[in-house]
Design a protein around this ligand. Structure first.
Ligand SMILES: Cc1cc2nc3c(=O)[nH]c(=O)nc-3n(C[C@H](O)[C@H](O)[C@H](O)COP(=O)(O)OP(=O)(O)OC[C@H]3O[C@@H](n4cnc5c(N)ncnc54)[C@H](O)[C@@H]3O)c2cc1C
Length: 296
């Protein structure tokens, strides 16, 4: 599917919990929105310079996007498609509303008629064939994806979900077949995460299974180390995705402060990522080891 960019108009806004706002997008640009149907499909959103202004939209370059030379590019952030309603011609996105941030501030003020740009989606959830069980672990940012995956999981697959939210009031209802949901309170930029303990104590069932994690990057690294290096799960048995970074401003400052050769060396680690036979998890190991060594 070639990459596309759509103009999306807010049609409704609903506060789900004190920490999460659901925004429904519609309009002509969304009428034939090219969903993949994958539960954690994510998109790039392009925000306008002011809340009620028109965003500057990039154009598709086939596999990515680019802005014209003479424009100020819109601020871009990554979000999950929580739901697609073909009949209504809308998509829902659930925003964590935290302090600071272009996207969170936009979502807090979102009102019908506001416009953003939205790309076509990509999914990462990729369980093995003949799946018998899955464990979905997420912080508040991964909650929309985990909830959609659970809703879409077919009969015959046992699903266990553990979600970490910052406050007990941020607990939501999650529905699905053969589903067990637990909530832990912590992490999410408010304090230490419980996931180290959760994953260390995780009872992993027999049979064909899949463990999926989405959340803050340093928490993700701890979870990934447990799954890959302590439990020694094979690559296809898990997926761990960093959705955001605590104090990202400091991270960016440190990254920009690295000398060019070091940055180039780190970027070069991704060369060959898509080549047949590449062990992508080995590349990911090397990437995280390098960054951790540099305090990133
Ligand atoms: C594949 C993918 C899917 C995602 N899906 C969703 C989704 O469905 N819903 C969702 O809410 N987020 C989702 N995210 C995370 C979202 O992209 C980030 O939280 C993003 O940084 C928010 O942008 P911002 O402009 O609000 O904040 P930024 O400008 O990026 O950051 C401003 C400040 O806020 C902090 N910050 C950023 N995010 C959070 C947070 N969640 N909690 C506390 N502090 C934060 C930063 O460290 C920084 O200090 C997803 C990310 C990825 C990669």
């Amino acid at each position: 599917m070639s990459f596309s960019i759509h103009r999306a108009v807010v049609t409704a806004v609903r506060t789900l919990t004190p920490g999460m706002v659901r925004v429904t997008f519609g309009g002509d640009g969304i009428a034939d929105y090219p969903t993949t149907g994958i539960g954690d499909e994510y998109v790039r959103l392009f925000f306008p310079p002011q809340q009620d202004a028109e965003p500057v939209l990039p154009h598709s370059t086939g596999e990515s996007w680019a802005f014209e030379d003479d424009v100020t590019p819109s601020q871009m952030r990554t979000y999950t498609i929580r739901a697609v309603d073909r009949a209504a011609g809308t998509v829902d996105i659930d925003f964590v509303v935290h302090d600071g941030g272009v996207a969170a501030a936009w979502a807090l003020r979102a009102a019908p008629g506001n416009v953003v740009g939205i790309t076509s989606p990509t999914g990462l959830y990729d369980p093995p064939a003949d799946l018998e069980w899955q464990i979905l672990l997420a912080d508040a940012t991964g909650l929309p994806a985990a909830a959609r995956i659970a809703e879409q999981t077919p009969d015959g697959v046992r699903t266990r979900i553990v979600i970490e939210v910052g406050h007990v009031d941020d607990v939501q209802e999650i529905t699905g077949r053969d589903l067990e949901v637990s909530w832990v309170i912590g992490g999410n930029g408010h304090g230490p995460s419980c996931f180290d303990e959760v994953v260390r104590d995780l009872a992993v069932p027999e049979g064909v299974g899949y463990i999926w994690f989405a959340g803050e990057t340093s928490v993700m690294r701890g979870v990934r180390k447990q799954l890959r290096h302590v439990r020694k799960l094979p690559n296809q048995a898990y997926k761990t995705i960093g959705y955001w970074t605590v104090d990202v401003e400091r991270w960016v400052e440190r990254w920009n402060g690295l000398d060019e050769a070091t940055r180039a060396e780190i970027d070069a680690l991704w060369d060959g990522w898509d080549a047949p036979g590449t062990d992508q998890e080995a590349i990911t190991d090397a990437y995280h080891e390098q960054l951790e060594r540099l305090g990133l």
